[in-house]
Write a protein that binds this ligand. Structure first.
Ligand code: BGC
Length: 443
């Protein structure tokens, strides 16, 4: 039933990526490890019933409802044992190696390392050393994220990232990790703007706050933590390492091409969501981590009691299972724009929810075509990490969105590489893209 778009076996790559280009997939601790205890796990239990009530109000396609767990089941909203990656990482890295991956991005779970304030768990640190060893044994370069959205419960109890004290606590934890793990590529924080927005502006993630001021405070603290962590990492390792941050950046387009107000709205949204983020790092990035997912069509609305900026969806657009508008060309525009910062760029996330694996192969190929076009025009892109290696716990949506190159059977925990993983493997192995998909020039 799955349909993929494999490159023709007999046509040689039209264009190669540079030698040493990094090919990988990304995960985050809370989404795959299982059996965590942090601010999310407590929130999940309290919220699962409300989530089901809300899910019942939506129309779900059968191919989602037939899966386990699905949006109408309580298990969907509780991370629980997740993929049990904490115990099965070797098996998972074997799959990454089979995909010809030479890099892997993952995160360290702060709540495991420091379950109580000031008490570090040496066994957990040893575990992450083993994880890194397992990657290196397979010729896979580790990219380590220090914080991917989850907090120890004691950090939540002091007010989380709203409290400036959390910056120092984070730095103490980061120092412990930095001194314990021998890593070249560090990502301090994942998508500060998404976290600050979802948790403190839109009230979607714990602690469900809806306040512009509080969200800004959190954003500021996260960026301050990043900058201080950047300095510490370089004091400790000198210039033998590279430190970055993963930014979620968007491609915004005006819905009406000839409407000045729509252009103005695009300019404003672009500044608030994207440009501001890079400015807040104050140049303390050795590379830019780019997480790119979808297209945002922006419209200025005025009239009928409405005034403001709207993100407009096009019902006929190519979409993922989560309704995100797939637009490979967007990554090219974002990359071209980032070029002005004159830094190497790693695509630290790019992917889609696609339970039937109908679109993933084509998605990967087309995004990579556009990345190649940007590289051809002088943008220094050095690696690509698909999101994600495995199906995983998609935060407040739970397990139903299937982002994995590898499918997880959540009952048996069996791993099944999807057909699209073969497309990705072929590209990584050839370090280039085959002729079947040509970059479409912008109209
Ligand atoms: C996050 C991931 C998440 C992915 C898909 C990114 O913004 O870093 O944790 O699973 O998007 O929603």
């Amino acid at each position: 039933m799955s349909k993929i778009f494999p490159p023709k076996a007999d046509s040689p790559p039209v264009k190669k990526f540079s030698e040493g280009f990094l090919w990988g997939a990304a995960t985050s601790a809370h989404q795959v490890e299982g059996n965590n205890h942090n601010d999310w796990t407590e929130w999940e239990v309290k919220n699962s019933k409300i989530k089901i009530q809300n899910a019942k109000l939506q129309k779900w396609p059968n191919y989602i409802l037939q899966n386990y767990p699905n949006p109408l089941q309580e298990e969907n909203y509780i991370s629980g044992k997740a993929c049990d990656h904490y115990n099965r990482y070797e098996e998972d890295f074997d799959l990454a190696k089979k995909m010809s991956n030479n890099a892997h991005r993952f995160s360290i779970e702060w709540s495991r390392v420091e379950p109580e304030e000031g008490k570090f768990d040496s066994e957990v640190i040893e575990h992450y050393r083993d994880v890194i060893r397992a990657l290196r044994e397979r010729g896979i370069e580790p990219f380590v994220t220090l914080w991917h959205w989850t907090n120890p419960v004691w950090v939540r109890d002091i007010g989380g990232w709203e409290n400036p004290k959390t910056i120092n606590y984070f730095l103490r934890y980061a120092r412990k990790i930095v001194q314990s793990l021998d890593i070249k590529f560090w990502i301090t924080i994942n998508e500060p703007s998404v976290y600050a927005g979802a948790s403190y502006l839109f009230g979607q993630f714990p602690p469900n706050v809806k306040s512009w001021m509080r969200s800004n405070r959190v954003l500021k603290n996260l960026f301050e933590a990043h900058c201080k962590c950047y300095d510490f990492l370089h004091e400790y390792y000198g210039n033998s390492i590279a430190v970055g941050l993963s930014h979620n950046l968007h491609y915004h387009r005006p819905r009406r091409k000839k409407n000045f107000l729509d252009w103005l709205a695009v300019f404003f949204v672009n500044y608030i969501r994207d440009t501001r983020q890079i400015r807040l790092t104050q140049g303390k990035e050795d590379f830019i981590g780019l997480n790119y997912y979808y297209l945002d069509m922006i419209q200025f609305v005025f009239g009928g009691g409405r005034f403001g900026i709207a993100d407009v969806k096009n019902p006929n657009h190519w979409k993922s299972d989560m309704g995100w508008e797939i637009f490979p060309e967007g990554i090219y525009h974002v990359l071209k724009d980032l070029n002005k910062y004159n830094k190497p760029i790693y695509i630290t996330e790019n992917g889609l929810a696609d339970a039937n694996d109908i679109n993933r192969g084509k998605f990967i190929q087309e995004h990579l075509q556009w990345i190649l076009k940007a590289i051809g025009e002088g943008v220094d892109v050095r690696g690509y990490f698909h999101w994600s290696l495995l199906d995983n716990f998609e935060w407040d949506k739970g397990f139903w969105p299937r982002f994995g190159l590898v499918e997880i059977d959540y009952e048996t925990l069996e791993r099944k590489p999807r057909l699209s993983s073969k497309v990705y493997a072929e590209i990584a192995k050839a370090n280039g893209i085959n002729e079947t998909t040509k970059v479409k020039e912008e109209k």
